[in-house]
Ligand binder design. Structure first.
Ligand code: TYD
Ligand code: MG
Length: 455
């Protein structure tokens, strides 16, 4: 029999060592070695295995499982049509974002639909879980619950109860007794996830595995698990704001980069089906506000990008952004200054995507540029046209506007909510105001405006 041993693996370079070192002998990084359990590999010499006949793919029986609906439309959609039996879904997000609420609601709905469920929490006592469930709709109070941090106990319970769907909240709080290291350390998290995955696959239990991610996304946790699980969902948003987005970063059974928008209310998370309508309704149309026709995966979404340009004493001035990438902002500001005659010079620049939404796509560049230009000039986009201007497009380094994916869907969404004109890169068609360069986009969006006012 293979004798399990433990080795120490560097999380940076993967070097293995029999002993723990403060500094990795492979790459020299400090404090990166984490303990991992291993079957003794010395015994598995090549000749010890038995050759098996490979199977032609066409002869493989691929069963199409009926998906389990969580009763939460947005969650089902992001998963690709519901939870696949026996699959492992990692739900990452910062503390307080609503992971426990979402998973409790999903289990409540599944339980209500007659499925066997189990909620395992290492974070909260059963009483605390009950208090939350009382606020939630559906059969949340009927869900069998286990408050436990010992991995072996959890695995034994899963094996005995055989739920169809279970939630483990969270992977960082479970502890494998045969490994040293505190719960939540890289070695522990990997071991916990690995053993849960193996049991779940063997018993056909779908697992929603909750994992905390810090704001930087760097932690002992979800990042090291991404390759182990079938699906990685990221729950994002500001804790203080009501809107949260759920997106798939990896999905073996569906598309990635689809996004669901939720709102945290008194009775739990509520799906925001018409997010565009909300965001457009809330858009201010003041100087510094631009409506972006964004794509979130396969779904168009209208969001408001706001900018503020204000004189600063600081050297260097501030460049603060929420909801877009900082480097993208730096690029857009540079192109604005160099190719479009809008220099923000030594002014502070703040850019914010309203509602706490994150737009991670190059198509957001033009909205950022127009919002900043409009803020710098103190003029609203579109002048006094009755309809708000919308836009999309990638800004290139030579000042050109580059086309982005799905112009038709973006335009259709903008039209659906009565926006116009829609300023877009050349070739977008569909009635868009096509412009070849950022300078031309500024002329179209900020008419009768002579020169940029240096900030
Ligand atoms: P929670 O799901 O516990 O977050 P996580 O598990 O990601 O740490 O809850 C997040 C916040 O949501 C918490 O501060 C309380 C709030 N909340 C509501 O506003 N309404 C509700 O119905 C519930 C259950 C929670
Ligand atoms: Mg929680």
């Amino acid at each position: 029999m293979a004798r399990p041993t433990t080795v120490f693996v560097c999380s940076a370079c993967g070097t293995e060592s029999a002993k723990w070192h403060g500094q990795c002998p492979g790459c020299g990084a400090w404090n990166t070695l984490a303990e991992e359990a291993r079957a003794d590999t010395r015994r598995s010499a090549p000749a010890a295995g038995r050759a098996v006949k490979p199977v032609r793919l066409a002869d493989v029986r691929a069963e199409r499982h009926a998906r389990l609906s969580t009763g939460i439309g947005e969650l089902d959609r992001i998963l690709g049509g519901g939870v696949v039996p026996g699959s492992i879904v990692l739900i990452g997000g910062s503390p307080g974002i609503g992971k426990s609420t979402l998973t409790s609601m999903a289990l409540g709905n599944l339980q209500g639909a007659g499925k066997r469920t189990l909620y395992v929490s290492g974070e909260e006592s059963a009483a605390q879980i009950r208090l939350r469930a009382e606020r939630l709709p559906g059969a949340a109070l009927e869900v069998p619950t286990l408050a436990e941090t010992d991995l072996d106990t959890v695995l034994a319970t899963l094996d005995a109860e055989r739920p169809e769907v279970c939630v483990i909240d969270s992977v960082q709080t479970l502890h494998a007794a045969d490994l040293t290291g505190a719960a939540g350390s890289v070695g522990q998290v990997r071991e916990v996830a690995d053993r849960i995955t193996r049991l779940a696959k063997a018993r056909d239990i779908a697992v929603l595995l909750v994992g905390h991610v810090t704001k930087e996304g760097a932690l002992a946790g979800p990042r090291v698990l991404e390759h182990l699980v079938d699906c990685v969902l990221q729950f994002e948003g500001e804790r203080e704001r009501t809107y949260r987005t759920l997106r798939a970063l990896k999905n073996r059974f569906g598309s990635t980069n689809d996004v669901g928008v939720f709102e945290m209310r008194q009775g739990g998370l509520v799906e925001v089906e018409d997010a565009s309508a909300r965001f457009v309704g809330e858009a201010t149309r003041a100087p510094g506000s631009a409506v972006l026709a964004a794509m979130e995966g396969s779904r168009p979404l209208l969001v408001e990008v706001q900018a503020l340009v204000s004189p600063s004493e600081l050297v260097p001035p501030r460049r603060v952004c929420n909801g877009i990438d900082r480097n993208r902002l730096a690029l857009v500001l540079a192109v604005l200054g160099r190719h479009a005659g809008v220099s923000v010079g030594s002014a502070d620049v703040f850019v914010n995507v309203a509602g706490g939404v994150r737009v991670d796509e190059p198509g957001a560049d033009l909205a950022v540029a127009l919002a900043v230009a409009s803020a710098a000039r103190g003029l609203p986009l579109g002048g006094d046209s009755p309809k708000p201007v919308a836009c999309f497009g990638e800004v290139g380094l030579t000042g050109e506007l580059r086309s982005v994916g799905h112009p038709d869907r973006r335009l259709a969404e903008a039209r659906k909510f009565g926006l116009g004109p829609v300023i877009a890169p050349a070739g977008s068609e569909g009635g868009a105001t096509e412009v070849p360069t950022l300078r031309a986009a500024l002329r179209a969006a900020l008419p009768q405006q002579p020169r940029a006012r240096a900030a």
